[in-house]
Design a binder for this molecule. Structure first.
Ligand SMILES: *Cc1c(COP(=O)(O)O)cnc(C)c1O
Length: 363
């Protein structure tokens, strides 16, 4: 079986270091907070190029905490793309605000910047661009638009560790950027983990406070917060993996080039890359007018694929209350019916890519 993501293959390559790091945390009994968390926060802010990084429990919480820290709350509207993992919209409703969906660009599948202005009302408070599949949104245009309407920007970078636009790393453009270190992400922990990066000291301080029961110092609860902390074992694992991330990203990009070179363009649509972007290929997503048949055909021949995502966010049953129809999001509706994510991880081998492409070209 050619697996969609092979986490064991990565572990085998760095086993000694990982095992040692976990053992160290146990030996130190430093399970929550403390030096392992601060160390990773320092390293990750340097990697991304922001002044601050605050760890939290997962990438969904990161969005929620970031929005709260930026002052978004009940009564506010937040613009989100029609295609993303549900967390992007869920975090908005969790803080009492309302997600307003914007259709996606027909070629890049990320938020269609030209359609944002029409969705802005006097209640709009923020925009969440999602660097979907590892491809950066044109953050120069998006920031200019946000500025002219006085909107906050939270970049959802859960799929885009190290992606760039115009040579600048994503997560550094907006008021803050949020990351997930879910095991299958480009930088993955061995459980749930997340972080917020920002150049704004006030946002960093508020995120840290809200995620640790509203405390500033022990037992000084200035506000009611919650518990969303980065686990120390996960932080220690992430510190081991971070130095490998660039190498892994280059491997992903190489694999993507190979796929695009071998796939028959008359059969499927390969991913399009935005000008001036650096796509880090969290996912390699093709389009086919028979993706269900293709998925089954591949599975029967030992190739695992996935769909990210089979339905546009506004059309999910949980958002029925908004009364959206397919015609409201023509690009997202069409794209979600055609996409198929091929196996993609740094450890993928060339012969595996060749096999997958040969099968697709035969289909
Ligand atoms: C994975 C993901 C998240 C959520 O991260 P978790 O760590 O799973 O909570 C948010 N947004 C996007 C786009 C994601 O892919």
């Amino acid at each position: 079986m050619i697996e969609f993501v092979d986490l064991l293959r990565q572990y085998e390559a760095i086993k000694e270091e990982i095992n040692h790091a976990i053992q160290q945390v146990i030996n130190d009994s430093a399970f929550v907070g403390g030096p392992y968390v601060s160390k990773f926060e320092e390293e990750f802010k340097d990697y991304i190029g922001t002044k601050h990084c605050v760890g939290c429990a997962n990438g969904t919480d990161a969005i929620e905490l970031g929005l709260q820290a930026m002052g978004v709350g009940p009564g506010d509207e937040v613009l989100v793309p029609a295609i993303s993992w549900i967390s992007t919209a869920e975090a908005v409703t969790m803080i009492g605000a309302t997600p307003v969906f914007v259709d996606v660009h027909p070629d890049f599948y990320t938020i269609d910047i030209d359609q944002i202005a029409a969705k802005i009302t006097e209640r709009t408070k923020a925009i969440i661009p999602v660097h979907l599949y590892g491809q950066a949104v044109d953050m120069v245009s998006l920031m200019a638009l946000a500025k002219s309407h006085n909107l906050k920007v939270l970049e959802d970078c859960a799929q885009a560790h190290g992606a760039q636009y115009n040579g600048q790393t994503v997560g550094t453009f907006g008021d803050c950027g949020t990351f997930s270190f879910y095991p299958g992400k480009n930088l993955g922990a061995y459980g749930d983990a997340g972080a917020i990066v920002t150049n704004n000291a006030d946002i960093a301080e508020r995120v840290a406070m809200i995620g640790n029961h509203g405390q500033q110092g022990k037992h000084n609860h200035l506000i009611e917060g919650r518990n969303s902390r980065l686990d120390s074992i996960q932080a220690a694992i992430l510190s081991v993996k971070l130095p490998y991330l660039n190498e892994w990203t280059e491997a992903r990009i190489r694999h993507a080039r190979k796929f695009s070179e071998l796939l028959d363009a008359s059969k499927v649509i390969a991913p399009n890359e935005i000008d001036n972007g650096k796509h880090v290929y969290h996912l390699y997503v093709i389009r086919s007018n028979d993706r269900t048949g293709m998925q089954e055909y591949l599975l029967n021949r030992e190739v695992q694929t996935a769909i990210h995502y089979p339905q546009a966010l506004p059309l999910l049953p949980c958002y029925q209350r908004f009364g959206y129809r397919m015609e409201d999001f023509p690009h997202a509706a069409r794209i979600t019916s055609e996409i198929l994510s091929l196996p993609m991880h740094a450890g993928l081998r060339e012969d595996e890519i060749e096999k997958v492409c040969a099968l697709i070209n035969q289909f």
